[in-house]
Design a protein around this ligand. Structure first.
Ligand code: G3P
Length: 478
């Protein structure tokens, strides 16, 4: 069937002998847009074998050559920004301009990783034994970073390109091979991105991309004995993976319920602008979206008015027209969001706008006077719905933030830097932003979640370190 996109392994595009395919549903039309191969467990076995074989010689390829290929891939990726962005619009309903930005940002990430890798991996350590009690200067220890082997990368639907290359580039520069399992919504964008790496001329088998149903190959991939490291971004599945995977390093970025604490002395215009951008960009489908506003009662009316005015100006419609609010990724996601809204309605939250939905398109909604007994106070909608909880003390805000099972990011708005630092210290999250909405980027910043939000830290330097191991050679003098 010529209409089914092939998967990539051993340097070539293949059809699955299963003859089966999986449909990518366009979130806007809710009709099948593309089809990808439904790879089988047998094919996964073959992919793992070639990934393992390719890694051995790649690890011996000079670092500067590895970097050169990555720079080439980055340039090709940027050249292909238009067709890839078009896929993103059709597969995940990302607004047209944001889709282009994602691809360009990804090219920059790949180049930066190549440069950073050359610096970090080009350096080793030399230790002398006589600094430890009882030893004389008879042992010279030489340490350097070596690759782990085969890295399995599983990015989420919301950044199928950027959160794929943030795993691929550090894995490759470090001398690992890479098996990518893209999300089905975003799979064709990811295949196109892999094509750019193919054009750059990486050795056969070094990069593979398998598509298919999580229910058939998901566990099989993550529990495969050939995998030496997993880098995953997504939801609850990550918790299941961490329980099932073997004794291998894991990098996990899972959900978040990022709180935005607004103090009495905050610049309310700045806070409102960031709340709208942070809460509603890509229709709230970001792990780092502002997911709950905790505002001091004395300024709450003023802040809510400002946010409401900005929400009213958001455009709602198809991603092709570059609307601010576009359809959420799937019908089940839209139903889940509606469920949270209905729960808040029953429990009498104040609706700043009327709830409106057409298919997967949900109009932006601000819910005021949300209380802790409402689901929306704790659960992440991954949609354009933002709850506001009014607080009477800073402690109350910190307490709400820390009572969450998530701990990705948080933000605080105040003109008092001392208070900002004290609150940042008290918030149990991987990152706190002072006077700005949470965000992962710039992509070389460390990015990590505490508690159920993740394992390990991402960001270019941290990912390179995480995807390598220390190897020592000790010279023993007579
Ligand atoms: O949801 C994925 C998370 O990585 C968000 O990234 O760049 O939107 O802050 P960003």
């Amino acid at each position: 069937d010529g209409d089914v996109y092939k998967y990539y392994t051993d340097g070539e595009w293949r059809k699955s002998p299963s003859g089966k395919s999986v449909s990518v549903i366009n979130p806007t039309t809710r009709k099948p847009q593309y089809k990808v191969q439904a790879c089988t467990q047998e094919e996964v076995n073959k992919v793992m074998e070639s990934a393992k074989a390719a890694q051995k010689s790649w690890a011996r390829t000079p670092l500067w050559k590895r970097a050169e290929l990555l720079h080439k891939a980055a340039a090709i990726l940027k050249e292909h920004k238009a067709p890839i962005a078009e896929c993103l619009v059709k597969e995940i309903a990302k607004p047209a301009k944001d889709a282009v930005t994602e691809v360009v940002r990804s090219g920059d990430l790949v180049s930066y990783t190549a440069e950073e890798g050359v610096r970090i991996l080009g350096e080793g350590k030399f230790l002398l034994s006589d600094s430890f009690p009882g030893n004389n200067r008879s042992k010279y220890c030489l340490s350097s970073k070596i690759p782990l082997g085969v890295v399995l990368a599983i990015p989420p639907f919301n950044y199928p390109i950027n959160l794929a290359v943030s795993k691929i580039a550090p894995a490759l520069i470090s001398g690992n091979s890479l098996v990518l399992k893209p999300p089905t919504q975003g799979a064709v964008s990811a295949l196109h991105m892999v094509h750019c790496f193919h054009l750059a001329g990486f050795p056969k088998g070094l990069i593979s991309c398998v598509t298919g149903k999580g229910s058939e190959i998901g566990d099989f991939l993550t529990m495969h004995p050939g995998v030496n490291c997993i880098s995953f971004t997504g939801g609850d599945t990550g918790i299941a993976i961490s329980k099932k995977s073997g004794m291998i390093p894991l990098q996990m970025e899972l959900g978040g319920k990022d709180a935005c604490i607004v103090l009495e002395d905050a610049d309310l215009d700045l806070a409102a602008a960031n709340i709208v951008k942070g809460g509603f960009s890509y229709s709230g489908q970001r792990c780092t979206a502002v997911k709950v506003v905790l505002v001091m009662e004395s300024v709450a009316d003023a802040l809510v008015e400002k946010v409401k005015a900005k929400v009213a100006r958001l455009t709602v419609g198809p991603p092709e027209e570059d609307c601010d609010i576009t359809p959420v990724v799937s019908e089940s996601s839209a139903n889940f969001i509606e469920g949270l809204v209905m729960d808040a309605k029953e429990k009498r939250a104040t609706f700043c706008q009327e709830f409106q939905r057409e298919g997967n398109l949900i109009w932006p909604l601000l819910l005021d006077h949300v209380r802790p007994d409402m689901r929306i106070a704790w659960e992440e909608p991954f949609g354009p719905v933002l709850p506001v909880i009014r607080i009477n003390s800073v402690e109350e805000g910190i307490h709400h933030c820390n009572a969450s099972n998530f701990g990705l990011q948080g933000c605080v708005f105040t003109r008092d830097i001392n208070k900002a630092i004290m609150i940042s210290d008290a918030m149990e999250t991987g990152t706190v932003q002072i006077n700005s909405a949470p965000a992962r980027g710039p992509d070389h910043f460390p990015f990590q979640g505490l508690k159920d939000s993740g394992i390990g830290s991402q960001g270019i330097t941290n990912s390179i370190n995480m995807m390598t191991k220390i190897k020592s050679v000790v010279i023993n003098l007579p």
